[in-house]
Design a protein around this ligand. Sequence first.
Ligand code: BTN
Length: 178
Amino acid sequence: MSEPFLDSAKLLALMKSCGREFHRLCISPASVTPHLPASATKEAGVLRLIPCTAPEQCVLSGLWRNELGSNMTISAVNAEGGFTGSYLTAVTATDKRILVSPLKGSQNRKSQRKQPTFGFTVSWTFSNSVTVFVGQCFMDDNGEEILKTMWLLRQEVRSPSADWKATRVGTNVFTRIK
Ligand code: BTN
């Protein structure tokens, strides 16, 4: 979605093509082309840009993939911040065949925040476990949305004496596929 690097001629062309949307172009000093010395970069006017099509707000709805290769779909977020979806994990702590599982969550203050926080629960259909995720929807330096999450996976164990080994913890980063 975002154009990685543009010289000044391309920038002008982009400005023209964007018309009234030009105000949404972002030029970040932190994202100046890294392989050029600072002076050369300045002279050449080579900057990383976020085109006018980049969304201004991070939106949870859509299809996402994490670094393990797991896919999840999140429905439209409703007026109260609630959402549902489905999760297809790429990995499992069990020896069961992986199946798609439902998820249910909520986003904080839906329409007001550019980078909202959220949480959701996946109730696994093919195991006796539940995973809860909490995270934040960020716009990264390229204008791309990413979900930074942390999760707790609770497995069923036979008795309280096995409780100590029932919970796993980890992080996942999701990027938008669609
Ligand atoms: C199970 O093994 O009982 C259910 C599947 C758990 C998959 C976990 S949830 C946290 C982590 N992130 C993923 O995408 N998959 C694993």
